[in-house]
Structures are given as structure tokens and as C-alpha cells.
Design a binder for this molecule. Structure first.
Ligand code: ATP
Ligand code: MG
Length: 594
């Protein structure tokens, strides 16, 4: 069902036109920041006006310099030139700061909501999405989207007004030449646009290359141990080199395409100036060419018009390149939250923690049936051990009990309430989980324990550690409870990590405890410490444990032997052993030796 929803969603986002996505992005961003954008736009109007005035003043400068006797005019022109540049400078400054502030705010907001949306995703999303993909999305896409807003605002306000102002100056000074250049100019721009449209295609590939670089670096950092142990350095270096070279090649291609416009434009500018110098000496269509100042002003306006005209001509391309980011951003933001609380969800009552599975069927996204019509009633306040061959669905049952996934058929009841009808917060308060990989946050031991119960006192933390047989080793550490554990607990041993994970689970005083026993062997002392810890912790708590240790099956109140998602045998240890069935066989093979 979930995968069907996702497919529909993927089609929806892919089919959305750039226009509607862009409109939505602008509507979400502008209104909130309208004050800043309004002030920035005023600054842009001033910048555009001052730029046109600069071109116009060029004429005045030339004319007053060729007329040195007119002192008062020279004074006036000098003063005006200074004033124009100063005003323009300050207006530019204001515009840049205001635009950047609004843009940075938008990026921050979008990154915040993307991260929140990320946390709303079910485990299937994280299993199916590479972490480097998520990384690029959250860090880069909002930045690219912000570039779209900058392009639109500066394009439609500053560049457009500047261009109108400069063309106005051109017509004022040289109407005939202006008509000629309005024919030549757009032709040149059309050529430039043709070149730049190829930039866009390169840009898309650039993002893909970037993701590969992220991926390699990330895998290097998380898999460092394996890379060294298996001497995979060469392989990783080759992958990195390839990714880096691909990005380098694309960056070069992009520069080459973009720079190709420079010789083109320089040639046009040179020819324009040369022909104007030439034309100034002849009469054009029976008119004199005007004063040198008028010509100078015209040439200046013409040349100054190039930059804004170029930006406007390629605006669509720039926006479309940035739309890659907008699309990626909404891709994540619009992803339906697949694990949603039912509107009628309620809090779990303070029950005994009774778990019942009724005809549960489940398959992961690939559609392969993992559990099929599974019915189980777990002894409340007691321990159920799940055993069975690898891949038989033991961890999957824990996933369903934790409600990381919902069953496709049937239901799971906790104290008589379907898990789908329970508020997440209330479920998580009641259930604790210790997994095979004991993930720890990169902070101190104290903080790792407090994370799950923020209002816990220090004494409660010490008590949980004591129950989990961790207190002693923690106090022996140089900084005691304030010792940092390193990324994912690398400063601790495997047994210490497991006992910390148990202590973390105890912090909640759970009524239901789910354990996926680590398969990796611990030395016998750690093993004993962990076992004693579990014995303490599971007292009177409904416990479901994926068992790999003899000690665990021995003390279980019920053992379920699973095969291909079905309970084949269940009962107490001695019953099952006496029966001489599958469990007895497994016992001979696996547990009897340990
Ligand atoms: N995220 C997933 N996506 C798709 N299939 C999965 C996923 N996780 C597990 N499976 C499949 O579901 C089946 C049951 O897996 P599960 O992890 O429950 O086995 P297990 O009994 O815990 O095995 P083990 O003893 O090796 O831990 C396997 O065939 C596995 O390939
Ligand atoms: Mg497992």
C-alpha cells in the first residue's frame, strides 16, 4: 500500500510543471519577506536610475571638458558625477545586504522544514534512499532555490529598469543610431543565449557528480575500518578520482561555454565603437552626428547595456538551472508522511503490556512476503524468545512491534488497542528497544542516557547504568559519566556499548522491551555482564528478544521457532527440546556448543 502511495507521489512531483513549482515557491517566500524585498526593490530602482544617469553624465563630462571656459558648468558636472557614484554605491550596498538577508532566511527556513519532513519519513524511506542523496538535498537544494529568487528579483527590477534607462539615454542622445543598435543588439544576444542554453545540461550533471563525491567521502568515514582491513584504499581512491575528475571536466566545460560569449561580445563592442567614431565624422541620413558629448554618452549607454541585457537574455536558463534545486527541495518537502497518526489516535492506558499479533501479514517494499498470517500471544510480563534461521522474519517482527512499519494484513494489539490507533509518543514511551547495532550519539555518556528521558535526574541515570551493569566501567573512565563516546561510540568496547544501550532502554522504565541480540560474540566476562544486566532489566517487563544466546532461550517463558515468517513450534525450552523437532535441531547445532 505504502509503495503504491509513493509511486503516485513520485508521478505527481515529476509531472508538476516548472511554472507551477516556481509560482508556489515564490508565493511561499515573498509574502513573509515583503518588507525586505520592498526596500531592496527601492534600492534597485535607485541603482538603475543612477546607472542611466552615469551614461548620460558621460556626455556632460565630455562637453564640459571640451568647453573649459564654462567654469560653473564644470563645477556642476563634477559635483553631479560625485553625487551619482556615491548614491549608487550606497544603494547597491543596501540592495545586496537586504537581498542576502531575505535569501539567507529563506534558505534557513527551507532547510529547517526539509529536516523536519525527513524525520517524518518511515524507515523504508531511509533504507531506500542513499544518505549522500539526502545530504545533497538538504544542504544544496535550498541554496539553488534561493538563487532563483535572486535572479528573478534582480532581473525584473534592477536589470530591466537599468536597461530601460540606458536605452532611454541612447534614444535621447542619438535616436537614429539607437534604432540601428536595437536591431544589432538582440541578434548578438540571441547568439549568446544559444551558447548558454547548453550550460543548463552541464549543470544538471554537475549535481549528480557532487552527490558521488559526498557518497565516497561518507563511505570512507563510516567504513574506514573495513576499507583498511580489506585494503580497499586503491578502490576508494579510484572512485574518488573518477568523481572528482567528472566534476572538474564539467566545471571546465561550463566555464568554456560561458566564456565563449566574451570574445563575441568584445568584437561587437569594438566594431560598435569603431563605427560610431567613423559615423561621427559623416552626416547620417542628412543629420549631423551631434556633439562629441552626445556620441560619448550614447556609446557608454550602449556598452553599459550589455551586462543587464545579457542577464535578462539568459534569465530563463538561469532560472531553469536553479529549478533543479527547487524541484529537489519540494521532492522532499512534499513527500507524504507514510507513518501518520490516525486522527482518532489515543494514548495507551497504563496496562500490563500485553502483546497480541493477529493474522499478521507483511512484505517490504520489494513485495516479497516476509510474514504470512502470523498469530502470536505473548506472555505478559514475561520473556518471549524468537529463534529461527537467518531471514525467517525475527527482526521484522520487532520492526512491526515498534511500529516502524505497519502490517499489510491483520493487526497487532498492545493492551487490547491496535497499534495503528495509538499515539506515537505514547507508544514510544511504553516500548524500549535495544538493537543489534547499538547506535550512540557523539556526545558524553550522561547525555546519551539523558536524551531519551530529558527530565531524568542524575541519580536516575546512575540507577539505570547500575541495572545495566554499566555503572562500574563508566566510573572507571577518566571523565566518568562525562566521557565522550566518540562517533557512534567508537571509544567504547562492544560489550560496553551494549550495556550502555541497555541502560538507555531502561531509562524509560518500559513496559515492553524489544531486544535484538547482537550476533557478534562477546568475551565470556562481557557476555556474563550483559546477560546479568538483561536478567535484571527484563524482570516483570514484557520482553520480546531475538535470541542468539543459550542463556536467553533458557530463561525465556516462551520460545517461538520461526521459519519463513510462520511460527513452526512454540513452547517452553524443555517442552521444545523433548519434542525433538526443529528447535531441538537448532539447539544441537547452535546453542549446545555455546
Ligand atoms: N528493509 C528491507 N527491505 C526489504 N527486505 C527486507 C528488509 N529487511 C529485511 N528484509 C527481508 O525480509 C526477510 C526477513 O528479514 P529479517 O531481518 O526479519 O530476518 P531475521 O530473521 O531477523 O534474520 P537474522 O537472523 O539474519 O537477523 C529477509 O528475507 C530479508 O531479506
Ligand atoms: Mg535480524
Amino acid at each position: 500500500m505504502i509503495s503504491r502511495i509513493k509511486n503516485r507521489w513520485a508521478q505527481k512531483v515529476a509531472s508538476l510543471s516548472s511554472e507551477s513549482l516556481l509560482a508556489r515557491f515564490l508565493l511561499e517566500s515573498f509574502p513573509e519577506h515583503r518588507k525586505r524585498y520592498f526596500l531592496a526593490i527601492i534600492a534597485m530602482v535607485i541603482v538603475a536610475g543612477m546607472t542611466a544617469a552615469t551614461a548620460w553624465m558621460m556626455g556632460e563630462i565630455v562637453d564640459s571638458m571640451t568647453n573649459p571656459e564654462n567654469r560653473s558648468r564644470i563645477m556642476l558636472v563634477s559635483g553631479a558625477v560625485a553625487a551619482i557614484f556615491i548614491v549608487r554605491g550606497f544603494a547597491s550596498y543596501a540592495q545586496m545586504v537586504l537581498m542576502a538577508r531575505a535569501g539567507n532566511r529563506i534558505v534557513a527556513q527551507k532547510q529547517e522544514s526539509m529536516y523536519r519532513q525527513l524525520l517524518e519519513q518511515d524507515i523504508a524511506f531511509f533504507s531506500g534512499t542513499e544518505s549522500s542523496d539526502v545530504l545533497v538535498r538538504v544542504t544544496q537544494s535550498a541554496q539553488m532555490a534561493r538563487g532563483v529568487i535572486d535572479t528573478i528579483v534582480t532581473g525584473f527590477v534592477r536589470d530591466l529598469l537599468t536597461l530601460v534607462g540606458l536605452i532611454g539615454v541612447m534614444f535621447w542622445q542619438q535616436p537614429v543610431l539607437s534604432v540601428v543598435s536595437l536591431v544589432v543588439g538582440p541578434l548578438a544576444l540571441w547568439g549568446i543565449r544559444k551558447i548558454l542554453s547548453r550550460v543548463r545540461a552541464v549543470m544538471m550533471l554537475e549535481m549528480a557528480g557532487l552527490a558521488e563525491i559526498f557518497r565516497v567521502v561518507q563511505e570512507t568515514s563510516t567504513g574506514a575500518r573495513i576499507i583498511k582491513a580489506f585494503a580497499l584504499e586503491r578502490l576508494m581512491t579510484d572512485r574518488m578520482d573518477e568523481a572528482v575528475h567528472a566534476v572538474e571536466k564539467r566545471a571546465n566545460k561550463m566555464v568554456r561555454l560561458e566564456s565563449a560569449t566574451t570574445p563575441l561580445m568584445d568584437s561587437i563592442a569594438g566594431l560598435a565603437i569603431a563605427s560610431i567614431v567613423f559615423l561621427s565624422t559623416v552626416n547620417l541620413f542628412g543629420q549631423s552626428a551631434g556633439t562629441p558629448g552626445q556620441l560619448m554618452s550614447f556609446v557608454t549607454a550602449f556598452l553599459m547595456a550589455y551586462e543587464p541585457a545579457k542577464r535578462l537574455a539568459r534569465m530563463r536558463i538561469t532560472i531553469e538551472a536553479g529549478m533543479v534545486g527547487v524541484r529537489m527541495m519540494y521532492d522532499l518537502l512534499d513527500r507524504p508522511a507514510t507513518m501518520v497518526e490516525s486522527p482518532t489516535a489515543r494514548d495507551l492506558p497504563d496496562g500490563p503490556g500485553k502483546l497480541v499479533l493477529e493474522h499478521v501479514g507483511f512484505s517490504y517494499a520489494n513485495g516479497q512476503r516476509v510474514l504470512d498470517g502470523l498469530s502470536l500471544e505473548l506472555p505478559q510480563g514475561g520473556t518471549t524468545a524468537l529463534v529461527g534461521p537467518s531471514g525467517s522474519g525475527k527482526s521484522t517482527i520487532l520492526n512491526l512491534l515498534l511500529r516502524l512499519y505497519d502490517p499489510d494484513d491483520g493487526r497487532i494489539l498492545l493492551d487490547g488497542i491496535d497499534l495503528r490507533e495509538v499515539r506515537f509518543a505514547s507508544l514510544r514511551r511504553k516500548i524500549s528497544y535495544v538493537g543489534q547495532d547499538t547506535f550512540l550519539f557523539s556526545t558524553t555518556i550522561r547525555e546519551n542516557l539523558r536524551l531519551v528521558q530529558p527530565d531524568a535526574s542524575d541519580d536516575a541515570i546512575y540507577e539505570a547504568a547500575r541495572v545495566a551493569n554499566a555503572d562500574e566501567f563508566i566510573r572507571a573512565l577518566p571523565q566518568g559519566y562525562d566521557t565522550p563516546v566518540g562517533e557512534n561510540g567508537v571509544f567504547l568496547s562492544g560489550g560496553q556499548r551494549q550495556r550502555l544501550a541497555i541502560a538507555r532502554a531502561v531509562m524509560r522504565h518500559p513496559q515492553v522491551l524489544l531486544l535484538d541480540e547482537a550476533t557478534s560474540a562477546l568475551d565470556s566476562l562481557s557476555e556474563t555482564l550483559v546477560r546479568d544486566a538483561l536478567n535484571q532489566v527484563t524482570q516483570g517487563v514484557t520482553t520480546v528478544v531475538v535470541a542468539h544466546r543459550l542463556s536467553t532461550v533458557l530463561r525465556a517463558d516462551m520460545i517461538c521457532y520461526l521459519e519463513q515468517g510462520q511460527v513452526v513450534e512454540s513452547g517452553r525450552f524443555d517442552e521444545l527440546l523433548a519434542r525433538g523437532g526443529k528447535f531441538a535441531e537448532l539447539y544441537e547445532r547452535q546453542f549446545a556448543k555455546s
